[in-house]
Ligand binder design. Structure first.
Ligand code: AMP
Ligand code: GLY
Length: 421
């Protein structure tokens, strides 16, 4: 099978790495890819949010199967264009991708499906939104309705903070994404992520994970895309995962099918767990980054068969084989991230790192210049390792991190603390 993966992050490096372990993969192209991906697969320049360009590229390169990594091409309808052209694709339609691209759409689907989530109001008018905050008090959560690259959510601890967030959003701070606002009840509890594949009908759980969103140790400081992750998430016990499946995920998928927009791809449910009960925080219509890195390390070659089965509507016959193992990934980021940071610093020490089925350094924002690897983004490397226990996985991951020579980078030393302490 000739496979095309769209994307350029650590998530796509991990997807490429898993796909290449599967003997059914004859050829792999990743567009646009990064310097780490280029070491294992062919990379190609391509406007991945332009459905027409992706279809033409796939036809010219005799691609049999396309795996879409990030949300932007999904929201832009790239999966629809590929399906229209008769090319097999892993990823939801633009309409189904609204489960991530529109918070008010998701809240409405959850209400119809009876899925437990925070109470909410949906506003297109700033004064009505402010009145809702005054009536409900703080803490309260203000969210820009559309895609805002993970920055459109303000967990306001005071009414003033919530009002300021509303004024920012209606004032255009998030562009089109903030023209509509969802205001939610603040949920307490512990967060965890639940990943399932869906083929439009059948739902197949493929793992749980937890990430660390804050930049600083002890989960302090500003939010980031994620500074590290591990799988499984101990808080998501089998019992709670079953509840999440029965009460949240399956009813949502059934409601999507009922509305004529069956969901095909990976669904990432962000859950808040309190007193043994899961409630939905949000859906994402893609793998998490860096959660994908730990999931791929645990799934290995079967990941490709599972994604292929989802795309062909065969999940009813598919099975996930679990090793009783753990995986952890630690993100190395450029100093200054998630604020301003320099680009172009040289990273050394990468050549001697292990590259096995239990340890890999996945690249995110990297490029090759004059034979050297340089940093080109905020999140740059993901050292990822597997172990019989989470502490073993952690020791292996940090051993790799410590061998990387990059004075302009940093990483958190406490990934996994919640699960380990
Ligand atoms: P989202 O982009 O919707 O995942 O929100 C980003 C983060 O904000 C989540 O991971 C939570 O930590 C937090 N958050 C979002 N909604 C709520 C809520 N209703 N209650 C408490 N925390 C929330
Ligand atoms: N790591 C969080 C996300 O991918 O949304």
């Amino acid at each position: 099978m000739n496979i095309l993966i769209l994307g350029s992050g650590g998530r796509e490096h991990a997807l490429a790495w898993a796909v290449l372990q599967n003997p059914k993969c004859d050829k792999l192209i990743v567009a646009p890819g990064n310097a780490g991906i280029a070491q294992i697969a062919q990379c190609a320049t391509l406007d991945i949010e332009n459905g027409g360009s992706v279809v033409t590229f796939a036809e010219e390169n005799a691609i049999d199967f396309v795996i879409i990594g990030p949300e932007a091409p999904l929201a832009a309808g790239v999966a629809d264009r590929l399906r229209d052209a008769g090319i097999l694709v892993f990823g939801p339609s633009a309409r189904a991708a609204n489960l991530e691209a529109s918070k008010s759409f998701t809240k409405e689907i959850c209400a119809a499906a009876g899925a437990p989530t925070a109470a909410y109001g949906h506003f297109t008018d700033a004064e009505a939104a402010r009145a809702h905050v005054r009536a409900n008090g703080a803490p309260i959560v203000v969210k820009a309705d559309g895609l805002a690259a993970g920055k459109g959510v303000i967990v306001a601890m005071t009414e003033d903070e919530a009002i300021a967030a509303i004024d920012d959003m209606f004032g255009g701070a998030f562009g089109g994404a903030g023209a509509e606002v969802v205001i939610e009840e603040f949920m307490e509890g512990e967060e965890a992520s639940f990943f399932v594949l869906c083929d439009g009908e059948t739902v197949l759980p493929i793992g749980t994970a937890q990430d660390h969103k804050r930049v600083g140790e002890g989960d302090t400081g500003p939010n980031t895309g994620g500074m590290g992750a591990y799988s499984p998430a101990p808080v998501l016990t089998d019992d709670i995962a079953q509840k999440a499946l029965d009460e949240i995920v399956r009813p949502t998928m059934a409601e999507m099918a009922r509305r004529g927009m069956p969901y095909q791809g990976v669904l990432y449910a962000g859950l808040m767990i309190k007193d043994g009960q899961p409630r939905l925080v949000e859906y994402n219509v893609r793998f998490g980054d860096p959660e994908c890195q730990v999931l791929m390390m645990r799934l290995g070659a079967q990941a490709m068969d599972l994604m292929h089965a989802a795309a062909e509507g065969r999940l009813g016959d598919a099975q996930v084989t679990w090793a009783d193992d753990h995986a952890m990934t630690v993100v190395l980021a450029a100093k200054g991230y998630p604020g301003r940071y320099e680009k172009g610093s040289v990273i050394g020490g990468l050549d001697g790192l292990p590259e096995t089925s239990s340890a890999m350094c996945f690249h995110a924002g990297t490029a090759e210049r004059d034979g050297k690897i340089v940093a080109t983004g905020g999140r740059v490397l993901n050292v990822t390792a597997r172990g019989e226990s989470l502490s073993q996985a952690r020791a292996r991951a940090y051993e790799m991190a410590d061998r990387i020579e990059w004075p302009d980078g940093f990483y958190r030393r406490d990934i996994g603390w919640r699960a380990l302490d």
